[in-house]
Ligand binder design. Sequence first.
Ligand SMILES: [Zn+2]
Length: 472
Amino acid sequence: MSEEEKINWLIDPKRFFPSNLSRGALCGNKNFINAVDTYLKILAESQFWPLKRLEEIQVKRLRALTACIADCSLFWSNYFREHGFSPDKAVLKDLIRLPILRRNNILTLGASIYVNPRDEDYPLFTRRGSGTTGISLKLIYSEREFLIGWIPFLLRHPVFEKQSLVELLSRKPFVVLGKPGMRYAFEKDFFYRTFEAIQSTDLELLEVRKNIYKSIYETKPAILIGFGSLIAKLAQLALQDNVTLPLMAVRVTSEPISSLERALIHKAFQAPIINWLSGNGIGVLGFECPTNEGNFHLNAENVVLETIISDGNTVRGNDKELIATSLAFTLTPIIRFAQEDLGQFISKICPCGRTLPIFEFTGRRGYDVVLPSGNRIRMILLHSALMGLRSTHRKVKQIQVIQKTLDSINILIVRRAAFSDGDELAIRLAVSKLFGGEKMLIDIEYVEDIIPGRSHKPSFFVPLSEFQERKL
Ligand SMILES: [Zn+2]
């Protein structure tokens, strides 16, 4: 394939996919699989292309997308005009003319943000974005556009570069713990077994684990997917059970994992850990570099990412807010959406050689412990401090931290074994060390179970704002 043809694929992938695509008819669908395979091979090359060439592709996609949106929607054509944004000659930096959209102001815009579908956009697919703030946003997609914009990027990882996609996508390789966002694209065709409402404490039951192991064997080599805390817990128990599982990869979602947990997962499952960051309504923003832990490569062929210094006191130090524009979706335009995530671009060249921009994801906006002074401690640091302790690691079935007031935190622990005074002291020391001398009451409470958060998510941390909102 010539360079020009590859660029054409990246600018307009829809041209090269079958015209009929719908969920439930993808598994074993040769035309679809061949298109995904070709697209992924091109993406495997373009991740090493000069940044300038990637930016040229972004500009072409941005122009085509915004022109199409303006054509089909009076709201958006007025919106672009009012802000001096011209789709036909836009360049990337023109995006800053447009306002940043946050969930609450999108809701005030109402139905006008949705673009009228054209004939080729049917069938449509509608879902609600989950959102940690509790305000859910309706997302309308052309099903075909949704699948082309999501699936290839869910498979963009070195693990899959070595696989035969025809083999992988002609069967159901996924065993799933919980309800990950990728189910919208993959569940009907590729999920072998889903343990949807499973909690950390359920994993203590040998029967439950046996069912999971059995599913993995039945669909080997399997890809295990689940919330970080569940996967880490399963890894710990699988080591005790002394089982060897035929896994191709392990994908952790939604929650950060400590380096101790990561090592445990590697040891138990002997499979690469895939970690990617999803955006609001956008699909996959980026994937964690396999050789540069904690750093993500942006899917620049599909997304434009900006970082901004946010006003207010929610942003600390070098952290910025991630603002994303999708180049793939027409019916619900995602143009300068605040992702409610914090992070920053890394200016260094990645040692892996990929030229896709690298960024660090440092946590959800507002997911911090707030100290009496107004200073904030990242949830991820609290998580590492607690889960890095030997005692919590061995003796905890589940743990949750709730901030109920500005000067206290409650640590709820479902025990596996008794805690000594020394264990409690270690927890208090590890946590108060983070607070830099500020006075915070640390209350440790032993409980029978922990109530799951929204969408059955096992939330490790309930921030003050959410506690007040949910009146727990
Ligand atoms: Zn890299």
